[in-house]
Write a protein that binds this ligand. Structure first.
Ligand code: ZN
Length: 335
């Protein structure tokens, strides 16, 4: 009899525990990101507490995106909507207004110092995430939005945020270190559209692009001449295509001027899952490796896209440096 009561009591506690656990972990809330870069950031910052979804699919161009009825449904089901702003997603306000959602919309660039457009008055360059130091401001904004939405789990989110912040600080240092390996006069980055201004400003590269800071306006003959002039003036060894933009025009310019395509860069979208650009940190690291490799090796043979040997080589050097530092710390501690 006592055993039965004991089993009943234990069973009751177990059920309570399950119920308690259940109510803590579910239902998950939904975070919707306009583009894949901040969807990845949100996954890193929300961990297993939220379902993260994205509007513009991988490889899509957020400047020109046309929302689908499926997107309206995603918006109306969302709890938090993460938006870049700075005139990046011109279509999103209408989408949000039309969906009747009561989700909180968070503009994640509010603390960013925007770069003004050279051409359009009052327009800003949206590509702020291309500077990893701005990436830190993006993740801070997302982290704050998450803890405001789910304050009960603040300690959990803080742990995730601090670990992720350390990684992005490391990324920023890595890019600074890597770009310095390119001879100074060769630090010129020619791309399909002007998505690298923040990158160039932060890490010390001159920039030229066929299209402006948005892909909305078609490239003109004058743009091709301007880029050709820059190739001649700076004697750049390579130009770079982008994963979201048709490479035809830049390939033609490269051919006409006898320069190489240095590789395919990620700017407005992450790469496909399994590619080296499938996370924000991955895309920034990969871009840097491709740029540094192509601009440093002016006289080598054709550079393949995503040259893994070079990537491994860079990681090896970085690994050795880290080992050296750890060795020094170890020696110091054992003195
Ligand atoms: Zn862009």
């Amino acid at each position: 009899m006592h055993t039965r009561i004991l089993i009943l009591i234990v069973g009751l506690f177990y059920t309570c525990g399950l119920t308690f656990g259940y109510s803590q972990d579910t239902p998950k809330y939904r975070i919707l990101a306009s583009a894949s870069m901040w969807a990845d950031m949100a996954k890193n910052l929300a961990g297993d507490k939220a379902i993260v979804d994205v509007i513009v699919p991988i490889g899509g161009d957020p400047h020109l995106y046309e929302p689908t009825p499926g997107d309206a449904k995603k918006v109306s089901n969302a709890d938090l909507i993460l938006v870049n702003g700075l005139t990046f997603e011109g279509w999103i306000n209408e989408l949000i207004a039309g969906s009747g959602t009561d989700a909180k919309t968070v503009v994640i660039t509010n603390e960013v110092q925007p770069i003004r457009s050279d051409i359009y008055k009052d327009a800003t360059d949206p590509h702020a995430w291309m500077n990893a130091a701005n990436g830190l401001l993006y993740i801070k904004a997302i982290h704050e939005a998450i803890i405001a939405h789910d304050p009960a789990n603040v300690d959990y989110y803080k742990g995730l945020y601090e670990a992720y912040r350390d990684l992005i600080e490391g990324l920023d240092n890595y890019i600074k270190f890597a770009v310095k390996k390119v001879p100074e006069q060769q630090r010129v980055l020619i791309t399909s559209h002007d998505a690298f201004k923040y990158y160039g400003q932060a890490y010390g590269l001159k920039l030229e692009a066929i299209q402006g800071i948005s892909t909305e306006s078609e490239a003109q003959t004058s743009d091709m001449i301007r880029v050709t002039d820059a190739i001649t003036k700076y004697q750049v060894p390579a130009v770079f295509i982008e994963s979201t933009i048709n490479p035809k025009m830049l390939k033609q310019i490269a051919k006409d001027n006898g320069v190489k395509i240095g590789g395919q860069l990620y700017a407005d979208s992450l790469g496909e899952e399994g590619s080296p650009g499938d996370t924000y940190i991955g895309m920034m690291t990969y871009n840097t490796d491709v740029i540094v490799n192509a601009l440093s090796n002016a006289n080598t043979t054709d550079i393949k896209f995503g040259d893994e040997t070079t990537d491994s080589y860079l990681y090896l050097i970085l690994g050795l440096v880290l080992l050296g530092i750890m060795g020094l710390v170890f020696l110091k501690l054992n003195k």
